[in-house]
Design a protein around this ligand. Sequence first.
Ligand code: SF4
Ligand code: ZN
Length: 300
Amino acid sequence: MRLPRHNAAFCKGCFNGFVHDQTLKAIRSQQMFTKDDRIVVAVSGGKDSLALWDILLKLGYRADALYVNLGIGAYSESSQDKVLHFSEMMAAAHGSVLHVHRVEREEGAGIRELAMLVHRPTCSTCGTIKRYQFNQVAIQHDYDVMATGHNLDDEAARLLGNVLHWQDEYLEKQGPSLPASVDGFAKKVKPLYRLTERELAAYCILNKIDYVVDECPMAQGARTLLYKEVLNRLETESPGTKQVFYWGFLEKHRTRVMPINMEEKDRAVLHPCSLCGQPTTAGTCSYCKLMARAKASTPH
Ligand code: SF4
Ligand code: ZN
């Protein structure tokens, strides 16, 4: 496996060691969690989240997982199959648990139908529901931290989008570790931010992790994919561009650009939702508003 950005090449054993080392570096340098913490990994059936679950367990962390079935036809069924198959192996080898949330059953319709009912884009509806359900499971089952499989490509593309549009508010919050700023909000971390998509795909293949190769059909035409393409071109011409861009941002972010105490800022504006109790900046949280709108628009 050639890694031009590190000017190195590894055999299988050393490559696995490299992936584990990079993940450990991320966890320790960002003080994400310790061996005593209980972690819930958000798994989608894709390579990144399944690799993350596998890596954390192999490194000796206490990691369970949550899968949200979005009800997007064949795509959701095949991703659920992959997750279930993988979780059986994780349960047998490490005793870890998989939680499954089915949007069709719990919210009453698949994600596309819900988006149509509330007249919002599918991905923003999906984001609201996933954020809510992940937080809910973390709080209900007493997990200390919620981990997602975002990798270096995801984070660099997101940063590019935020910089191109000078999204100050998003730039402030972009980082691999978001503290649990108030009661009722789980801490969120991204332990794979030092590894690329290509490296994680290679990790899955080398370790026989069977994942869904197709992107979610709703992702087609998403801006992030364009930003990833642009960054890939730059990376080919100049290996290491993505890591210099994103890691450099984190370094500056930490030392001088954003000296804001996010915890204090959040505490000042968040309070419990009047319907469900999860933290929100408004009287009613965006999930409860969305569900109320969907209910009101459902033909009786
Ligand atoms: Fe959800 Fe959109 Fe991502 Fe699909 S592409 S998982 S609908 S946010
Ligand atoms: Zn609510």
